[in-house]
Design a protein around this ligand. Sequence first.
Ligand SMILES: [Zn+2]
Length: 193
Amino acid sequence: MSTALWAKIQASVGVTADGIPGNITAQAVAKRLGIDKETPRPTPSVPATIDPRSAANIATLLPYAQSKAREWLLKCLEAGINVKIITGTRSYKEQDALYAQGRTAPGRKVTNARAGYSWHNFGVAWDFVVFDANGQPQWESPLMEKCGKIAESLGHEWGGRWTSPQDTPHVTVKMGCTLADARQRVKEGKWWT
Ligand SMILES: [Zn+2]
């Protein structure tokens, strides 16, 4: 490119027209073209993904509760909480076996609910726990409460509000009926039809 042409370009962008383009000329041209500012790159958003353990437990829930569980879990993950769903539905038989524990079977008592007296038996409840960076469950973490409050914000019942006993890891999707109603509907084969 000729010196004369560079001089013309320099003059038009308001720098010394010596015909020898350097950094100053380059910057002035870039400014004129509107490319002098570094374009901020959008922060790549890492899509929150549901881990296999949670996914397997979610799959045991009623379809309606499945979508609620996914929605809740993604909200917790997006809040930066490493939480997993560790329990989903329990059959009546499984509930009775759990109830026997610490009563007629070895182990410590883990539930006061017999078969049909836990929302886990109706596919609308799950339990969760927060994990630390080393993959250790953190039952006492304040993030447990945060997850519970997220559940409440979505209209669900959080076991952290219960008193006898308090059940911080527990969430129930409200179904607008009592456990007695649910038991009756199961008996009639009409639960969630
Ligand atoms: Zn539970």
